[in-house]
Design a protein around this ligand. Sequence first.
Ligand SMILES: [Zn+2]
Length: 217
Amino acid sequence: MVSAPTKEKKYFAPELPTELLLAANAPARSHGEALEAGQAAARLVFHQIGEDPEREGLRQTPERFAKAINDICSGYTKTLAEVVGKGIFKAEGQGLVAVKRIEFFSLCEHHMLPFWGHVSVAYYPNEKILGLSKVARIVELFARRLQVQERLTREVADAMAEAVLPKAVGVRIQAAHTCMMMRGVQKQASETVTEYFSQMETLSALERERLVCALDG
Ligand SMILES: [Zn+2]
């Protein structure tokens, strides 16, 4: 009788270096400490997957990773008021304002893998409008955090509502998620669409239609 070959399970680097664990877990109080913690975290991942942190090609990677993650997640260090600044103006009319296909990059909070795509924002102003570049800055404020696409959509709409108190606002996001493309179901071509509308009941049927149409495409 031939016995089935036993599947040998391979464990990489079972011992994680204590000094790295401590550094990665230390609460960061300054920018420098945040970068150090990020570097230690990257080295821990190298150990965990069985890579050699001293290998030539990887030597500078923890530093680059720490800087990149700090930049990608820089939305935590800013507020809506700072981002909007002096970018609010008196509305000249009450016609629809739409800013379409603002590109964004974010990290999904479930896998810390990138998702990216376009945000379209449309609103009917009351008395105030927002400088067009500020709409893009609002998108950045929330995209540069750990996110889920649904919350990002709502946060952009809520921020628009807070900034200019419009009659109504709608936001639509189309995005591709690396966590779906590279792992799990591995769907490369799928696109996720999310929408969020606020105060649509204040609009006429025609205005509602125009607002929704403005978010398309
Ligand atoms: Zn994910």
